[in-house]
Each structure stands twice: as C-alpha cells, then as structure tokens.
Design a protein around this ligand. Structure first.
Ligand SMILES: NC(=O)c1ccc[n+]([C@@H]2O[C@H](COP(=O)([O-])OP(=O)(O)OC[C@H]3O[C@@H](n4cnc5c(N)ncnc54)[C@H](OP(=O)(O)O)[C@@H]3O)[C@@H](O)[C@H]2O)c1
Length: 249
C-alpha cells in the first residue's frame, strides 16, 4: 500500500537482485519509496529493477559489488547526482561460505575463509555505510538496516537451551556478531541525529543462502528489514530485531 509519507523517499538495497534483498526492495517500493536495486552484476540489477517497474513500482538499477571501493564511490556519486540524499540503506548483501548451518568448525575453518567472509559481511558493509552516510544525513529520517542474523547472537550461542546452540559455522557467525557491534557503535554515534541504525534477523528464510529446509517464505522474511527501514521518528535505534521483537545480542 502506497504511504504518502514514503513518496519522495529513496532506498538503496545491496544484493537486491534476488533473495531477501529483492523482496525487501519490492515491499519498500510497494510503500511508495523509490528503490535503488544494487547488484554486483549490472544485468542482474537491471533485470530485477525491470521486474519491479513492470509491477508499477519505482525502481532503478545500480552496479555495486560491495567489495569494490571504486564502485562504492561511483554509487555514492550516482545517488548524489540523481537524488541528492538517501533515506534508507539496507545492508543486505552477504555470504555464508563455511557451509551448512549445523557445522561446528571454529577449530578448523581456514583463516582465509574467515577473511573472505568478513570482507563481504563486515568490512564491505562498514565501507558502504561510511561512504553513504553523508547522503543519509541529508535525509530528514535516515534509516540504516544491517542484515545480521540470529547466528550473530553471542547470548544464544552460549545458551545450551537455545535452538541455535548446535549451529556454529564460525566465519559466518563471527561476521554477523561484528555487524551487530557496528550497529551499536554507529547508533550511539548518530544518537543526536534523525538517523536510526538497527540490526535485523529476518528469520530462517528459503533463499539460496537459507536453503530449501528453511522455515520461512521470502515475503515474511522480508518484513523485519522493511519494518526497520520504515521506522517512525520515535522508533528504536541501536537494537537487534526480528519481526518487531528484540533478539538477544
Ligand atoms: N536466508 C536466511 O535464512 C538468512 C538468515 C539470517 C540472515 N540472512 C542474511 O540476509 C541477507 C540476504 O540473504 P539471502 O538469504 O537473501 O541470500 P541470497 O539469496 O544468497 O542473496 C545474497 C545476495 O547478496 C549478494 N552479494 C553477495 N556478495 C556480494 C557482493 N560482494 N557485492 C554485492 N552483492 C553481493 C548476492 O549477489 P549474487 O546474486 O551476485 O551472488 C545476492 O544478491 C544476508 O546478509 C544474509 O546473511 C539470511
């Protein structure tokens, strides 16, 4: 449903050519936002944006491999020239390189795999956010959503009664815990601005990353990120949420 407050708002979603990124883009555009679909292959971004345009939604495509600093700077320039501000950034692009959910591999996962995972899930997310921040501060209601994961929860990983207790792919989990740390630190730094920064756990969602065994469909999985991207001015900042409920850090 188009919301008049959303008209004129611009959202950038990374890794938006498929999965949760694409569905969150669709749901934001359904609320009236203009969504910039970012993907590391321009054809994939254009195809996804075209799909949304064919549904009558406002969508544009941008090339953005978040591991490429030059592409990040070009994206900032393009958004600056085209819109002059950014209202919503969803840091969605992510990888899980160390395999199945049930793996417990802290003693054996290669440092190379940990580095590669952190390059995308953490360092690139920080770099994109820092680069976009001047444009987000030009918005009257900037919202930054970091797609973390319940797998980043240290509290639940340490609790033998938690359902994630035996699910320990270390590289992925540590990268998402680091994302949560960024959320808390950035939210604190921006506490006297209109910008809200939160982490999202979407649920265990049927996507390429989530796999076929996942419990939640993509439409439902996109809801947490969309809620956090459209929080009212008195909404939370510096939190970690799933469908409106706090998730333990
Ligand atoms: N699905 C779940 O159950 C679940 C649970 C918790 C958290 N999450 C998080 O939610 C986010 C989205 O996951 P998903 O399930 O939708 O995964 P997905 O279907 O595998 O999609 C991941 C997206 O990230 C993109 N990407 C990866 N590396 C990139 C890079 N360097 N630059 C730009 N884009 C890049 C992929 O692009 P390509 O198509 O080019 O590969 C793809 O568009 C991730 O951060 C994930 O960790 C997912």
């Amino acid at each position: 449903m188009v919301n008049s407050e959303s008209n004129g708002k611009v959202a950038l979603v990374t890794g938006a050519n498929k999965g949760l990124g694409f569905e969150m883009s669709r749901q934001l555009a359904q609320q009236g936002l203009t969504v910039i679909i970012a993907a590391r292959k321009l054809e994939a971004a254009v195809a996804a944006a075209t799909k949304l345009k064919n549904e009558g939604l406002k969508a544009e495509a941008i090339l953005l491999d978040i591991n490429d600093s030059i592409q990040i700077q070009s994206a900032v320039q393009e958004i600056k020239n085209r819109f002059g501000k950014l209202d919503v950034l969803i840091n969605n692009a992510g990888v899980m390189l160390d395999g199945e959910w049930a793996i417990s591999n802290a003693s054996s996962v290669s440092v190379d795999m940990i580095r590669k995972t952190f390059d995308t899930n953490f360092f690139a997310l920080v770099e994109v956010t820092q680069a976009m921040l001047p444009l987000i501060l030009k918005s009257q209601s900037g919202r930054i959503v970091n797609m973390a994961s319940i797998e980043g929860s240290l509290t639940l990983h340490a609790d033998p009664s938690s359902f994630i207790y035996d699910s320990k792919p270390f590289a992925y989990d540590a990268s998402k815990a680091a994302v949560n740390s960024f959320t808390v630190h950035l939210a604190h730094e921006l506490r006297n601005t209109p910008v809200k920064v939160n982490s999202a756990h979407p649920g265990w969602v049927k996507t390429e990353l989530g796999g076929d065994g996942a419990m939640m469909d993509i439409t439902e999985g996109a809801k947490t990120g969309v809620q956090l991207a459209t929080l009212p001015d008195d909404g939370a900042s510096g939190g970690f949420f799933h469908l409106g409920q706090p998730v333990p850090w």
